[in-house]
Ligand binder design. Structure first.
Ligand SMILES: C[S@@+](CC[C@H](N)C(=O)[O-])C[C@H]1O[C@@H](n2cnc3c(N)ncnc32)[C@H](O)[C@@H]1O
Length: 336
């Protein structure tokens, strides 16, 4: 398989600054999608005035946020500072959510630090105006841990509501066939089993999602350069369960643009923001690439491949720091 990935942009400042000139948005700017009316803003999620600019008077039916988690891969902040930071973007999300709407938040729990920031975040949410609805765990295939502990393979997903939003139950079914007979119950005097009573041949996802493949480099949806991409299957499930066609979906932490792309695929409109112009660019390119090629990501190629091949500074950086062989890459891209 032809291999031309991009290293993690967040841990390489020089790479990031070399990619900046290819990013069409500057801080505070908004990209308006002429085709399906999505918007991507290079905006700080805590900045109420800038968030207001992206919404005008509109309100979202569904918010899906995936903030930096405050541990492991991210710059560590004091937990209280982190929670105060969360309070600000949660308030913005509340203010720009419709009367009847849903909020999903992905958040981690550091098992070596009293599971922060999950419990702190949950307590803060009591005063947010949202009502708690479900606590979902998604199973990852890979994880972290040692030989002396259970491997950590969970991704937590908190589900809140405002008012009485829709919940489309069909989206809750997995593609895992039911195989176990049982759960007998008498209905109208007749003993029935679960196969007879159930609406579907497939099991429900419930609040433990075991059927979602974590994104890795062999999957078409993989976006090299990003490091915390959420699987489209999970985002599709959320969008299909909590919104209808043409509804407005928001995501304040775009990164690889998974919510934007899932909104496009499911015929919703998406307003998404990221504080970093490079991730805004990646999100927009992912949408454009999907429209022109039908592909959901770049697998083991990357969103800036063409620029890198034509930019000596980028090529030098990648060859010097990561041993990229551009003679080989160029010969393969010619044939590609
Ligand atoms: C965990 S990633 C989101 C991953 C995303 N769900 C996906 O599937 O690709 C978090 C993103 O939040 C962005 N970010 C960090 N602080 C921000 C802020 N104050 N406002 C907006 N975006 C921010 C980072 O640049 C990063 O791209």
């Amino acid at each position: 398989m032809f291999n031309f990935p991009l290293p993690r942009i967040d841990s390489d400042d020089e790479l990031r600054s070399l990619l900046l000139p290819y990013s069409r948005l500057n801080a505070g700017e908004i990209w308006y999608d002429p085709l399906n009316k999505h918007k991507v803003g290079c905006i700080d999620a805590t900045d109420n005035a800038s968030i207001k600019k992206i919404f005008n008077d509109e309100k979202a039916v569904l918010a899906i946020h995936d903030p930096p988690y405050n541990f492991v891969a991210f710059e560590e902040r004091e937990i209280l500072t982190f929670i105060e930071w969360c309070r600000k973007w949660v308030k913005n999300s509340f203010d720009f959510s419709a009367e009847n709407s849903s909020l999903y938040v992905w958040l981690g729990a550091d098992q070596n630090k009293h599971f922060q920031p999950l419990p702190d975040f949950i307590i803060m949410m009591r005063e947010s105006g949202f009502k708690s609805r479900s606590f979902i765990s998604m199973r990852n295939q890979r994880g972290y841990g040692t030989q002396q502990n259970w491997m950590s393979i969970r991704q937590e997903l908190l589900y809140y509501i405002k008012g009485k939003p829709e919940f489309n139950i069909e989206a809750e079914y997995t593609d895992i066939p039911k195989i176990l007979n049982g759960y007998y119950k008498t209905v109208n005097g007749e003993e029935t089993d679960n196969f007879e009573r159930s609406k579907s041949k497939f099991i429900r996802a419930g609040n433990i999602w075991v059927d979602v493949q974590q994104v890795f480099y062999r999957m078409e949806e993989n976006v090299n350069g990003c490091y915390v991409q959420k699987p489209l299957k999970a985002i599709n499930r959320i969008i299909q369960s909590a919104s209808s066609k043409n509804d407005l979906v928001i995501d304040f932490f775009a990164h690889s643009g998974s919510t934007l792309l899932s909104s496009e695929i499911n015929e919703r409109r998406c307003y998404t923001t990221d504080i970093d112009p490079v991730y805004c660019e990646i999100a927009i390119r992912r949408l454009e690439n999907y429209r022109s090629s039908g592909k959901t990501g770049w697998q083991n190629l990357n969103p800036f491949a063409e620029e890198i091949l034509n930019d000596k500074k980028l090529r030098d950086h990648l060859s010097n720091k990561y041993d990229y062989n551009f003679e080989l890459i160029s010969s393969k891209t010619d044939a590609y």
